[in-house]
Design a protein around this ligand. Structure first.
Ligand code: HEC
Length: 241
């Protein structure tokens, strides 16, 4: 009798283990869209191996461009990026947010959001984020301290942009179409000696007395890292997947 009881107990336990745990339940879409678009959070810059500051927010729309609630979106990324959540259903506003931690190598990372239409056809959105290596990240900090008030048109809570007050508007450091054509030496000279050294506006101050050469090099490596379109000879590009 006792042995039978033990047997029954073992069978019951085995059956229990076979059940799926609640977290492994597969998400089923409640609705289907025709497009997935980026709402915000693309092209962010963060140090390698660190989380991006703002979540990436995507939205699923129907063929008329109206938001679709309950659509299933899954995310994938290469290069050791961890994505959270890996999939989810869009909210009542048709949107879904995802957080991720960038990989350990400096370069451009691509995050792919996929949803499926009614027929099961995959619809993809590719967003990019930039991971900065040590030197590039040092350049980012120097930029925030010395340069962004004039070179960045956007005001933030911590910094009011001075860009609109300048007679000659400087280029944003993301402006690869312009800055990729300048050599490292040209950039270093303008930063060291100021605008007039290159027949440019005197509103671009000289930093040769303020910054060390290594700091100017860090600023240049930052400018190269955030260039859009990308600068040719920058580090690894995780754009293919
Ligand atoms: C007070 C405002 C101001 C600050 C601060 C400033 N710049 Fe500039 N910068 C300018 C202006 C104005 C120009 C445009 C000059 C022109 O085109 O005649 C410029 C031009 C440049 C250029 C040449 C490309 C371009 O946009 O025309 C580079 C490179 C540059 N700045 C780098 C820097 C760096 C790096 C820092 C921080 C260390 C910095 N700037 C800080 C105003 C500023």
């Amino acid at each position: 009798m006792r042995r039978v009881c033990v047997m029954l107990l073992l069978i019951a336990m085995a059956a229990g283990c076979g059940k799926k745990s609640p977290t492994a339940v597969k998400l089923e879409p409640k609705a289907f869209g025709a497009a997935v678009v980026e709402v915000s959070g693309g092209k962010q810059v963060a140090a390698t191996g660190s989380p991006i500051e703002q979540p990436l927010v995507v939205q699923v729309n129907d063929a008329q461009g109206a938001a679709v609630a309950g659509a299933l979106v899954s995310f994938r990324a290469t290069g050791g990026v961890s994505v959270d959540p890996a999939e989810g259903l869009t909210g009542s506003d048709g949107q879904l947010s995802v957080n991720f931690v960038l990989g350990g190598v400096a370069g451009l990372y691509q995050i792919v959001a996929t949803t499926r239409d009614k027929a099961g056809k995959a619809i993809e959105l590719r967003s990019e984020e930039i991971a900065l290596g040590y030197q590039q990240n040092l350049g980012r900090q120097l930029n925030e301290r010395y340069c962004s008030r004039c070179h960045d048109a956007e005001s933030t809570a911590e910094r009011v942009s001075n860009r609109d007050n300048l007679k000659v508007p400087p280029h944003a450091f993301t402006d690869g179409a312009f800055l990729n054509n300048m050599s490292d030496t040209e950039l270093a000279n303008i930063i060291t000696h100021g605008g007039p050294a290159y027949n440019k506006s005197a509103e671009m101050p000289p930093y040769g007395g303020t910054l060390q050469k290594s700091e100017i090099d860090a600023l240049i490596s930052f400018i190269r890292a955030v260039a859009d379109p990308p600068y040719r000879t920058k580090g690894l590009v995780y754009a293919k997947n």
